[in-house]
Design a binder for this molecule. Structure first.
Ligand SMILES: [Zn+2]
Ligand SMILES: [Zn+2]
Ligand SMILES: [Zn+2]
Ligand SMILES: [Zn+2]
Ligand SMILES: [Zn+2]
Ligand SMILES: [Zn+2]
Ligand SMILES: [Zn+2]
Length: 1755
């Protein structure tokens, strides 16, 4: 806890103290207090004199030397360093007490924490047993502290292993060593003076004067500071603005001040004479008032006052440090802080500070709170005493807090949670300090401004901030109540009841608050504020429940609380008392009541008193205490009608809102009704109102009860007579009201899942909720959690029961895991479940009917048999069979049978049927339980009896039969049948028990069962037939519909995909033909035995104009949409500083590490070049007019979205057809005779030197000499090269040419980050480079995905690659041939060192595949003659390709041998294979040419092994390249994955011997001089000598960094993260680069970097280096992945971590343990390697426009 940074003994060396000074302190006789103050008076003003520009280290040194060191010497009686070292570990408390900073991760255990406020710090958690429990992770808001060691906070494992006694290495003596008496004595002398000084200075209010004892006789200097204070009202920018204006200072200085003010709470912004400071003060106030209503808080302080206040804080942290050393220090400190001055009313020191808290600035508060944490809160006994003081001043403190404008974390009131949640402490405070009453009274005292004339709350025009502060008080009440006492003392009981009564006073102010009246005629003008009232209801919900739970602990208490609550309800139930009672008759029953109409009179949704009473009532019922109710509330007083009245009104209001009668009252009412029934409120609103109706139904006469309901629903007339009305709106309205009423009746009778209403447990209730949720659809864990009410501990109880009712289905690579309902729970489904919203209801009904249909069952969904009511509620069922109910049911059924459809609804009938089912179920259950004659519930009887009224003489049963004939009710037929069967069953049960024995009945039941069975079968068959017919009909209609509806683009998309598919098939067909007809030799790509190109005629459809066109040289160009991007996907050395612009870069040679390549990807969609250009221009025009577009599109860089698939593109690739080439085998034979490698080399060297003769003189000699040296015969001349076959160059149409240039320029521009320049010499280099690099990327991807080289590419990759390679071959024709030749010569220089080209890199410093692509593609330029543009014939090319490939391969083998076969680690028996021997021979040569630098001791087999493995990627790339260049089909083996087969097949396809070293032997004469020169290369030699490191082959393949399995490991890392640039303790946002593993400090000014004149955040600037602008980060604290590209674009992506329910947790909102999901991480990896990050960002930005505002640049 003691942080060395603030200047503990460790900080720097001590300045020696003058002996006399020390002696003075040590003098026993002196008056400590006086000396101490004298010393301070002398030193403090000097030390802190330079407030404007303090030298902090110097200050600290002086403080140590002049004050603290002598003080410590005196206190300890010896050298403080030695003493503290001794004391170091003995003072460790068993409480961790770590104080959390904002954003720090805290852990709570759902299994063991007493409540969710009990948390552990990361360290303690990692060392605790809870690591393996169900824990939760959360981000601290700051100010809390670690509860490790607090035995009351944990049910188990209160101590981590670190804080376990005896566990710490130093605490060998298990108890701490107490301080000796002398030190204690000194402490008792020193602490009071120190504390008194601190307190006095902190609460010092004089601006100009100091207390006399600190004023030294010297004359007062006129030296003042103008001090600016922090507040939460003014924004950062406001303050900066005001300072700049008022002081005329620079922006930088103003920023500096503002940051300091925000951090410390205050800061001197000007020093000077009093007058000038005063002026500055006025200026600042004036300017700040101008920008925002309130002026800034500014004071002018004397320099000495400022200095002493500063030092007081320093002393505070000094004490704070001391506290950690010894419990004795803590205790002495606490004693002194609590000591009250004798006979004085004044508060003790600590209370003084608390009371002053709200006046202190931020920095002072922090010191004060830390001091409290480190002293009082570490000693349980003193924590209690502190709590007592805290409660004593509670009201004052809370009031201060409410008018304060600092955040709650900065208020001393935030400490309440540390005390109130400790169960023993809470109990003590209730008993001794009456804390419940204190808190409720505080609430009443801070809320009066919201009281209206009736003493009800009304929050119109409330201030959100202020109310939020009031919530803090409500929280405190929750904290006090969170743990129910197990033992009740008489005192506790009294105090609690007192508190409860006081609480009822708050509820009284809420009962009936914010009344509303229906608006008729005119719409309300302004929606009233409703949020405040509803959110108070939410805050109170769990408090209300806890009060009820506490009351239920004790019988006596419960009854007394009930009486109080009842009294309070009655007092509030006065409205309408003045009205005369009216009488309502129906079916011979009458109801006398005072008239009231929800639609006309005021009504309120807020009835907490009534609802509390309902809650207490069910608890009475549950505990059985209800039998004594009348002892406390007499029957006369009880007045159940009055109790029911208000909740009933509220339910009617909801019904009327549903019937749209309150439309004119605006949205505010709709929202209130929503929350009334929503999971956040319903427990203490809607649910309790239903219970209150149940109470009414159980205690009132059933007919009277129903009459009351009819009257309040304003439906009395409807059921009395038919009012003929033609007003459709009124009829509709009435129908909705009837539905709503019937629904409520269903709930009153059927909803019994409340402990107390029936004999169910809490688990039963939760299970039922979950079952009904899952009946709608399978749901994710979080979705279920959200739909269940949380208790005071934020638990839903879900985990305890979920496995009983549901099975978990794991998620795939995307999406989340879901729970599915178990089949056996389906029978619990109740269509009219009272927590269903209307949509949920119909969804669930639909799902369940569909399911039954699929299972071939009937569609009846009768209610499940409900549990029995508890005795107190058993009378409720009587309403089912009472006369009024029968009348209601009959009336509705009759209308359905007789009247037109708009007078009734199907929903109404469904509800009637449901009520009938409930009645029958009830009677059946009763009959099954008791003998017939005892069952008085005679629903059957009532329902089959003729109606008594004159209306009609039909029974319900008869109506039911008729219902079957109503055509509109076809869907209800199954339900009706079910009910008719139930009638039958009940009838039989009645008869059975009268007549026969049990045995006989069971027989008859069985036969009855059979009967129903057979009829059911028949019905089933019929249903099936109908269903089949319906299905066919549906299918037909669907087909017609979809044909019509398919939209334009989709149709074309389909068309397009079809063509591609068929085309692919054709390809395949052709290939098959060629395999069957030709032999294996046809599958060779290089040399004289080259197979035929698979000639394919490509006819493609333009996605824009939908016209087809064949791709031909001479036709107008067709293009493929494409995206060119820089990429670091293949390098192993990221984070090398890359040049941002390639102005000076020479991209001809690629370093073998492939540091930064240019990747070309395509989505594979084809357009006419002309169509694309039109589209592109239109899009640019369109987007230029849109806002924020620059963030999605870089218009300047030619970005656009593919018109079909919306991928981000920035260019197009022209499609160039493959020119089929065939070799005449006879010619080939003939040429083979003459054209050996040696000869071929000579010919090209002559050609090259011929050209250079023409151009530059000088090189001739060397070349000529070389040629002569080679073969004696020199009949060769400049034109020899043409004699082996030439043909004329291909002629491209002008539009193709134009596109070739356009695309090449894009590659150049993007790849080098330079301005476009069509004539730049580097354009061809970049073309070859992107071709090579893209192939390497694809090869890499195929390998990591474990896919075969050929045949497994995605369509888009295939067509993109084909187009790219053909383009790269054709591009040559658009550049000057001399330029191409120059590049060619430079490239050849690597292979043929005797060309002596300048700047040729060493063999080890080039990537051979890039060289291969370059030389092959540029080679035809050697055939160029002045006037004629020629190119090699097929046969010439075949040899050119073969020899060029062989040469690069030889060079590459040499590279591999030299760089990778250097060390032997494995010991394998040397085998004597041919390859090993060849390798050995080769090594000997290399050894010789390198003068022994290359060790020849490396066994041959190892060398061969290295070569074979190392060369694989190169061979695979070459195979891809030549395949796409020449169109020769690859051998079968390459269409599969197999190690050995692949190597052979590759060698065969590329005309290589499988023993690669044979290549050297075959060409030895030619290669020998080359090898010699290669080996003589200085870089190669230095590498062999171990002086430099070369890339080893095969190159390591990239993958994203390893992530830990458990997410808390990452959080752990993040917590240890320190910003590399700043040392303050501010919260950082550590972010992990997934490419390289770097941890960065994101979104913080400290780590911004200036790049090319722009401020870039740490991530953005890192991305430039690490991923060439594209990067992938994990925001650790938020558990989100961020993808970014460049400076302006980025998006969020779900992190690859899932909780056990298969869900991600962005923002760690739920806080469940998270584990790495490998598949998802792999998906991210592929996103990277497929170069799809940019695409993903563009797609996400298209869909979520939210991130437009985000400044990615500063990430
Ligand atoms: Zn801890
Ligand atoms: Zn601990
Ligand atoms: Zn635990
Ligand atoms: Zn077109
Ligand atoms: Zn596309
Ligand atoms: Zn990185
Ligand atoms: Zn930083």
């Amino acid at each position: 806890m003691a942080d060395g940074g603030t200047g503990g003994p460790a900080a720097g060396g001590r300045v020696p103290v003058r002996p006399q000074e020390r002696a003075m302190w040590c003098d026993e006789r002196f008056n400590f207090q006086a000396t101490f103050l004298q010393c301070l008076a002398k030193h403090v003003p000097n030390i802190y004199s330079a407030e404007m520009d303090p030298l902090l280290e110097k200050q600290e040194e002086m403080v140590q030397a002049a004050i603290l060191y002598p003080l410590e010497c005196y206190l300890f009686g010896e050298d403080p360093d030695i003493f503290l070292e001794k004391l170091q570990h003995s003072g460790t408390s068993q409480i961790c007490g770590k104080v959390f900073k904002g954003g720090e991760t805290t852990y709570s255990c759902r299994d063991c924490a007493v409540d969710p406020t009990c948390v552990l710090c990361m360290d303690c958690f990692q060392n605790s047993i809870h690591k393996n429990h169900r824990y939760k992770m959360h981000s601290s808001t700051g100010g809390g502290f670690c509860d490790c060691g607090d035995t009351e906070a944990w049910k188990a494992g209160p101590l981590c292993t670190k804080h376990q006694p005896g566990a710490s290495d130093s605490a060998k003596e298990d108890s701490e060593c107490p301080l000796n008496e002398e030190i204690m004595e000194h402490s008792r002398r020193v602490f009071p003076s120190v504390i008194k000084y601190i307190v006095e200075m902190l609460i010092w209010e004089e601006e100009k004067e100091l207390p006399p004892e600190l004023t030294i006789s010297r004359e007062k200097v006129d030296s003042y500071y103008c001090v600016l204070f922090n507040d939460e009202h003014h924004s950062y920018d406001h303050v900066i603005y005001s300072l700049q204006r008022a002081l005329g200072c620079e922006l930088g200085e103003a920023q500096l001040h503002t940051t300091a003010i925000d951090k410390e709470g205050r800061r001197a912004v000007k020093a000077g004479r009093y007058v000038s400071c005063q002026e500055a003060k006025e200026e600042i106030k004036r300017h700040s008032e101008n920008v925002s209503q309130r002026p800034l808080h500014v004071e002018v302080l004397h320099a000495d006052v400022m200095a002493h206040q500063k030092f007081a804080l320093r002393l505070g942290s000094w004490l704070n440090k001391l506290m950690s050393y010894s419990s004795d220090f803590r205790q002495i400190f606490c004693q002194i802080c609590l000591r009250e001055e004798a006979g004085s009313e004044k508060p003790c020191f600590i209370s003084k500070l608390m009371l002053w808290d709200a006046k202190l600035h931020k920095g002072a508060r922090k010191v004060l709170h830390e001091l409290i944490f480190s002293s009082f809160f570490m000693e349980m006994e003193y924590k209690k005493l502190f709590a007592v003081e805290f409660v004593k001043y509670y009201k004052a403190l809370q009031k201060e807090y409410i008018s304060d404008d600092h955040d709650r974390v900065l208020s001393v009131t935030a400490l309440s949670v540390q005390m109130f949640t400790v169960p023993t402490l809470a109990r003590h405070l209730i008993e001794e300090q009456n804390v419940i009453t204190t808190i409720t009274e505080t609430l009443l005292e801070v809320l009066p401004e919201y009281l209206d004339k009736n003493d009800k709350f009304n929050f119109q025009g409330y201030s959100q901030d202020k109310l939020n502060r009031v919530y803090a008080v409500i929280y405190d009440l929750k904290y006090v109540l969170v743990s129910k006492p197990t033992v009740w003392t008489e005192r506790l009981r009294e105090r609690f009841l007192e508190g409860f009564v006081s609480f009822l006073r708050i509820l009284t102010c809420m009962q009936g608050m914010e009344e509303i009246k229906r608006q008729i005629g005119q719409h309300i003008e302004v929606d009233p504020d409703w949020e405040a009232a509803i959110s108070i209801q939410m805050q109170l919900k769990n408090i209300l429940l806890m009060f009820q739970e506490w009351c239920a602990c004790d019988e006596e208490l419960l009854l007394r609380a009930y009486r109080e609550c009842h009294k309070a309800v009655m007092r509030c139930s006065t409205s309408g008392r003045t009205r005369e009672k009216t009488v309502f008759h129906l079916c011979g029953h009458t109801l006398e009541s005072r008239p009231y109409r929800v639609s006309a009179d005021p009504v309120s949704i807020h009835l907490p008193l009534s609802r509390t009473l309902a809650g207490l009532h069910v608890r009475l019922s549950k505990t059985g205490t209800i039998s004594r109710l009348y002892e406390f509330v007499s029957p006369e007083e009880f007045q159940v009608e009055l109790l029911v009245e208000y909740p009933l009104r509220c339910l009617v209001l909801v019904a009327q809102v549903a019937a749209e009668m309150w439309r004119r009252n605006g949205l505010s009412l709709i929202s209130q009704v929503f929350y009334y029934q929503d999971v956040k409120c319903r427990e203490e609103m809607y649910d309790k109102d239903i219970i209150m109706l149940q109470i009414g139904a159980s205690l009132m006469d059933p007919n009277q009860f129903l009459l009351l309901i009819l009257q309040r629903y304003e439906l009395a007339d409807y059921f009395r007579k038919i009012k003929p009305t033609k007003d459709q709106d009124l009829i509709k309205q009435c129908n909705v009201l009837i539905e709503e009423m019937l629904q409520i009746l269903i709930y009153v009778v059927g909803e019994r899942y409340v402990p107390g209403v029936s004999n169910v447990t809490k688990e039963d209730v939760i299970m039922r909720e979950i079952i009904h949720l899952l009946c709608i659809e399978p749901m994710a864990h979080s979705a279920i959690t959200k739909s269940l009410p949380e208790n005071e501990n934020n638990e839903t109880g879900l985990e305890d029961v979920i496995d009983k009712v549901a099975t978990f289905k794991k998620p795939g690579v995307s999406g989340h895991g879901v729970y599915e309902l178990k089949d056996e729970c389906l029978k619990e489904f109740n269509m009219f479940f009272y927590h269903y919203t209307k949509t949920q209801h119909s969804k669930a009904e639909h799902t369940q009917k569909k399911r039954r249909k699929q299972e071939n069952k009937d569609e009846a969904l009768p209610p499940p048999p409900p549990p029995d009511f508890s005795p107190a509620f058993s009378n409720v069922v009587r309403i089912l069979k009472c006369d009024i109910m029968m009348h209601v049911l009959r009336t509705i059924l009759q209308r359905a049978v007789e009247l037109e459809t708009h007078f009734w609804t199907e929903a109404m009938i469904q509800m009637v049927l449901h009520l009938l089912s409930l009645g029958l179920l009830e009677e059946k259950q009763q009959l099954q339980k008791s003998p017939e004659e005892e069952v008085t519930f005679d629903f059957y009887h009532k329902a089959t009896r003729m109606g008594s009224s004159a209306l009609n003489a039909v029974s319900v049963l008869m109506l039911l039969e008729k219902l079957r004939a109503v055509p509109q009710l076809e869907a209800q037929k199954d339900t009706v049948n079910w009910i008719l069967q139930m009638f039958d069953t009940v009838k039989r049960l009645r008869e059975k028990s009268c007549l026969t024995t049990a045995a006989a009945t069971s027989g008859s039941e069985a036969t009855k069962g059979d009967e129903t069975q057979s009829t059911q079968d028949k019905e089933k068959a019929e249903r099936k037939r109908k269903a089949e017919a319906a299905r066919l009909h549906r299918q037909k209609i669907m087909a017609q519909m979809s044909a019509l509806q398919r939209n334009f683009i989709e149709t074309h998309k389909l068309l397009y995909e079809n063509t591609l598919e068929t085309q692919g098939k054709e390809d395949a067909l052709m290939e098959e033909e060629s395999t069957s007809s030709a032999i294996d030799s046809s599958r060779i790509a290089l040399g004289p035995k080259r197979g035929p190109s698979v000639a394919e005629k490509e006819v493609l459809t333009c996605i824009l104009c939908q016209e087809e066109q064949e791709v031909k040289l001479e036709s107008a160009a067709m293009v493929l949409s494409a995206c060119v991007q820089k990429s670091t996907a293949l390098t192993q050395n990221r984070c090398k500083v890359l040049e941002l612009s390639g102005d000076t870069l020479d991209p001809l040679f690629m370093h073998p590490d492939l540091p930064c390549g240019t990747h070309t990807g395509s989505c594979g969609h084809v357009m006419h070049a002309a169509c694309w250009q039109k589209y592109f221009e239109a899009m640019q025009l369109n987007f230029r007019q849109r806002l924020h577009v620059e963030q999605i599109f870089d218009l300047e860089n030619g970005e656009y979205l593919c018109p079909l698939c919306k991928s981000l593109c920035n260019t197009v690739i022209p499609l160039v057809p493959l020119q089929p080439q065939k070799i005449n085998s006879e010619d080939a034979e003939a040429v083979a005779q003459i054209l050996s490698l040696a000869r071929w080399l000579e010919i090209i060297l002559v050609r090259i030197s011929g050209y250079s003769d023409k151009n530059v003189k000088g090189e001739k000699e060397s070349l000529a000499a070389l040629t002569h040296k080679g073969v004696g015969n020199s009949a060769l001349e400049f034109h020899s090269i043409l004699s082996f076959g030439v043909q004329s160059s291909a002629k491209y149409s002008s539009s193709i040419k134009e596109m070739l240039i356009l695309f090449a320029t894009t590659i150049y521009r993007v790849g080098l980050k330079v301005a476009p320049n069509e004539a730049d010499y580097r354009i061809p280099m970049m073309t070859w480079s992107t071709c090579a690099f893209t192939i390497q990327c694809i090869e890499n991807l195929l390998e990591t995905e474990g896919k075969p080289l050929f045949g497994s590419l995605q369509n888009r990759q295939h067509s993109g690659l084909k187009a790219l390679v053909q383009f790269a071959a054709a591009q040559r024709t658009t550049s000057p041939q001399i330029l191409i030749q120059k590049h060619l010569v430079r490239l050849l220089g690597v292979l043929l060192p005797h060309l002596k080209v300048e700047d040729t890199p060493s063999l080890l410093e080039v990537d051979m595949f890039h060289v291969l692509v370059g030389v092959v593609l540029s080679f035809p330029s050697l055939y160029w003659e002045d006037a004629v543009d020629l190119q090699p014939s097929s046969i010439s090319s075949a040899y050119n390709h073969l020899y060029l490939f062989h040469l690069t391969t030889l060079a590459h083998i040499t590279q591999i041998v030299v760089s990778s076969a250097t060390e032997s680690t494995t010991t394998r028996l040397p085998d004597s294979s041919e390859e090993a021997q060849s390798a050995q021979a080769f090594c000997r040569e290399v050894c010789q040419y390198t003068s022994g630098c290359f060790s020849q001791d490396i066994p041959g087999w190892l060398v061969w092994d290295c070569v074979k493995k190392g060369i694989m990627p190169y061979l695979r790339c070459a195979a891809l390249f030549f395949h796409y260049l020449l169109g020769v089909s690859p051998p079968e083996e390459l269409l599969q994955v197999s190690e050995e087969g692949q190597f052979k097949a590759l060698c065969n396809y590329l005309s290589l011997p499988t023993n690669l070293f044979l290549l050297f032997e075959e060409y030895w004469d030619t290669v020998n001089p080359l090898l010699q020169r290669w080996c003589a290369d200085p870089v190669l030699l230095s590498c062999l000598k171990g002086k430099s490191i070369a890339v080893r082959y095969p190159r390591k393949r990239n993958s994203l960094i390893e992530l830990p399995e458990d997410y808390s490991c990452l959080l752990n890392q993040a917590s240890q993260f320190r910003c590399p640039r700043s040392s303050d303790d501010e919260q950082k946002h550590p972010v992990l680069c997934l490419f390289c593993g770097a941890m960065l400090c994101s979104q913080n000014t400290c780590c911004q970097e200036l790049v090319n004149g722009e401020e870039l955040g740490a991530c953005t600037s890192h991305a430039l280096q690490c991923g060439a602008g594209v990067c992938m980060f994990l925001k650790i604290r938020e558990c989100k992945v961020v993808l970014i590209e460049g400076k302006t674009r980025g998006c969020l992506y779900p992190a690859p971590y899932l909780d056990e329910y298969g869900e991600t947790d962005p923002g760690l909102k739920r806080g469940n343990p998270l584990h790495l999901c490998r598949e998802r991480y792999r998906k991210l990896h592929l996103l990277w390697q497929q170069h799809c990050i940019i695409e993903e960002i563009a797609r996400s930005q298209e869909t979520n426009q939210i991130f437009f505002g985000f400044n990615w640049q500063l990430l």
